[in-house]
Design a protein around this ligand. Sequence first.
Ligand code: SF4
Ligand code: SF4
Length: 345
Amino acid sequence: MIFDDELLERCISCGFCLPACPTYALTGEEASSPRGRITLMRALETGQLEPDDPTLVEQSSFCLGCRACEPVCPAGVQYGNLLEQWRDHQWRGRDRPWLARVLMAVVARRWLLRLQGLVRRHARARGRAESLMLGCVERGLYPAVSRAALRIAPDLNVPANQGCCGALHAHNGESGRGAELARELGKRLPGTIVTTAGGCAAHLTAHLGRDRVKEFSEWLVERNAWPDGEVRVDGRRARVALQDSCHLRNGMGVTREPRELIKAVADYVELPNAGSCCGAAGTYSLLRPADSREVLAPKLAEIESAGVDYVVAVNPGCLRQLRQGLRGTPVKALHLAELLRLAGN
Ligand code: SF4
Ligand code: SF4
């Protein structure tokens, strides 16, 4: 058995999820919609299609894994879980993209992550009960984010010997290993785990429980840690938009908190499709760069016409995607922690 039967049977083929799906919007083809992919999964499960069927191979990879199909589904289909089970089967061994294999091997080695910290100075150890998770992408590419988070919340503990949360494994065909890494990290980080990465928050929540995990914005809002000051540009209050993190929004339902924090320090501008995927989608932007850029393109047009100074991300993958897309434009992409830090906190 490849899929959890009960999960696969839940879909009633109503099609409510189709308008929410970014890959369906790109192609208009049923096979690249959530309903179409569930039909493919059923064909795989019953043996009507072999795993090397070209449509199965293509659609298991073309899906962004953004989970925008979940909140709109009246039958409660847990598409994210189904996709993990699909890729566990479809991307076994040599069938897994080589780049995903390399990245997974790197982030699973804690000593390599610690080494990154020596080269790229992320936040350093304190000794309190709630722990700041450093995140492997953030440690390598955006150590300023964890430093900004610690300036805003100096009472957070930052254990040095942290590993990967396992989200990368779960989304790339090794969900068992992804769950193991999440549990290991849960043992290493005492108390509540606070993370500046929406994707990691959703993965950890799935394995450690909602009570153990807080995304940075929801943690600040829950503690009434409202920022003072404001972000100004050219003598006026800055205009700031938000790009939601898909898994934070669709997996955890966190949307209000980052907006409230931005409103506290700047003039908030809601993008028409702030909640739709930016095309980063974990390893997707590396594995399928052309499709990733196609998903991003309408968002860049929205940002340009919104006339904002900054676009805020709450996940390092989205931050990377937006920074690349906005290169050469006057709009800057920042992590929420960096924006709050700019406000003088
Ligand atoms: S909305 Fe849910 S039940 Fe309806 S087709 Fe999509 S996944 Fe199936
Ligand atoms: S996860 Fe995203 S891209 Fe994949 S089927 Fe659902 S809405 Fe479409």
